[in-house]
Design a protein around this ligand. Structure first.
Ligand code: ZN
Length: 370
C-alpha cells in the first residue's frame, strides 16, 4: 500500500495495472428526469454495487428491492452533495471502503453516486478527483446524465445546472420518450447532440437499461484493459473552431432566431506543432481559474515538445482531471486535438489563447507579421 501513497497522476496507467481501483459512476440529471427509476433497475441488474444516494423527496427506492440488494447503500443526507454537504462525500466513501475491507459489508466492486437533481457536477468531481486517499482506491469511470424527454427542453432553457449536467456527461439517457411526441424527442436529441457531441445517447423506458451501457465510459476501459482515447475524445464529432462552431452566434441569429443555446458552443481545436508544456498549462489555468463558469468542459490529446508520449487532458469548469500519459499515439495523427463545450466564450478567443501560449502560432500564422 505504501507505493500507492506516492502514485503519480502522470503514470495513471501503471497505477491501474498494478492495482485496480473501484469504478465510480456519477448518476446525475435534472429533477424528475428518472434517475431513481434507472437506479432501481440497476440495483437489480448490477450486482456488487454500492449506491450513494443524495436525492430526497423524489421516488424512493423500493424497500423490497433494497432488501434484494447485495451491495451496500449509503444516504448522503442533510443537503446537496454539490454544495451544502460536499464535505460528506469523501468520509462516506472512506467508511464504505473500510467496512468492505473489514468484511462488515459485501465486497462491492463498483459505486454509483446519485446526485440531487439540481446538483452542479463539478464540485462532486472535484471531491472525487483530488482526494488522494480516494484516488488510490476509486477511479471515476464516468458521468451518466438522465434527460426527461417531456420537460428536458424547458429545463435546459431555464436551468444552467441542467446544461452543466448534459455537458459533463459521458452517456446521456433520454427518459420518458413514451410520454413525448416524436417531434419533441427529435428536437431534444438534436439539441443534446449539439450540446455534447461526444456523449452517446440512449433511450431508456421505465428505467430498463443494460448495465453495460453505464460502464467503461471513461478513458480507461476495464473490459479491454486499455486507455481508449478515440472512443472517449471523438474529435470528429465537433466542428472546428475556425469553421464556425455548432451553435455559433452569427449563424444562429441569421438563420433561426428561435433556436436554443445561442450562448453554448461545442467545437474542436487542432494544433499542428508540438506544444510548450508550461505555456499550455498557463492557457488552461487561465480558463479554469478565470472562466470556469464559461468552460463547461474540455478534453484533449496533446503533443508536448518535451514529451515523446501523448498526454491526455480533461477539465470541467474549475476542475482539472489528473493528466494521463499514454504509451503511444492511438493513430497516425500526432497533432494536438482539443474539444470544448463553452458558454459565452468565443471559439476564436480560445484557439488564439492556446496557440499564443503554447508556441503553436507559427504553424498557422507562418506568413503573418508578428
Ligand atoms: Zn448543491
Amino acid at each position: 500500500m505504501d507505493a500507492l501513497k506516492d502514485s503519480d497522476p502522470l503514470h495513471a496507467k501503471a497505477r491501474v495495472e498494478s492495482y485496480a481501483p473501484l469504478p465510480i459512476t456519477l448518476l446525475t440529471g435534472f429533477l424528475g428526469s428518472g434517475k431513481t427509476t434507472v437506479l432501481n433497475h440497476l440495483v437489480r441488474t448490477l450486482p456488487r454495487t454500492a449506491i450513494l444516494m443524495n436525492e430526497f423527496g423524489a421516488v424512493a427506492l423500493d424497500h423490497q428491492l433494497l432488501q434484494k440488494m447485495d451491495g451496500p447503500m449509503a444516504l448522503l443526507s442533510g443537503g446537496c452533495v454539490c454544495c451544502t454537504i460536499s464535505g460528506s462525500l469523501s468520509p462516506t466513501l472512506k467508511n464504505l471502503w473500510m467496512a468492505r475491507q473489514k468484511g462488515d459489508i459485501p465486497a462491492f466492486e463498483r459505486v454509483i453516486i446519485e446526485t440531487t437533481g439540481i446538483a452542479d457536477p463539478a464540485p462532486v468531481l472535484d471531491n472525487l478527483l483530488h482526494d488522494n486517499w480516494i484516488r488510490a482506491r476509486f477511479r471515476l469511470d464516468g458521468v451518466v446524465t438522465t434527460v426527461d424527454a417531456v420537460f428536458g427542453m424547458g429545463q435546459l432553457d431555464a436551468h444552467f445546472e441542467a446544461l452543466k449536467q448534459v455537458a459533463v456527461a459521458d452517456k446521456l439517457l433520454l427518459t420518458k420518450t413514451d410520454l413525448a411526441s416524436p417531434e419533441t424527442v427529435a428536437a431534444l436529441r438534436a439539441r443534446l447532440a449539439t450540446l455534447n457531441p461526444a456523449a452517446d445517447l440512449i433511450t431508456v423506458t421505465h428505467g430498463a437499461i443494460d448495465p453495460a451501457a453505464i460502464q467503461n465510459l471513461g478513458l480507461w476501459n476495464a473490459e479491454t484493459q486499455a486507455l481508449e482515447v478515440a472512443r472517449w475524445l471523438k474529435p470528429q464529432r465537433y466542428q472546428p473552431a475556425r469553421a464556425g462552431a455548432i451553435g455559433g452566434k452569427p449563424a444562429i441569429q441569421n438563420a433561426r432566431p428561435e433556436l436554443h443555446d445561442t450562448r453554448i458552443q461545442s467545437f474542436s481545436v487542432v494544433l499542428d506543432t508540438p506544444l510548450d508544456r508550461y505555456g499550455l498549462h498557463s492557457a488552461l489555468s487561465m480558463l479554469t481559474s478565470f472562466r470556469a463558469e464559461n468552460l463547461l468542459r474540455f478534453k484533449a490529446i496533446v503533443n508536448l515538445q518535451d514529451e515523446p508520449q501523448p498526454v491526455v487532458l480533461h477539465g470541467v469548469q474549475h476542475v482539472l482531471y489528473p493528466e494521463v500519459k499514454l504509451d503511444a499515439w492511438p493513430d497516425d495523427d500526432h497533432r494536438s486535438r482539443f474539444v470544448f463545450i463553452v458558454r459565452d466564450l468565443d471559439p476564436a478567443f480560445i484557439e488564439k489563447l492556446l496557440t499564443d501560449f503554447s508556441g503553436a502560432a507559427h504553424a498557422h500564422q507562418a506568413d503573418a507579421p508578428s
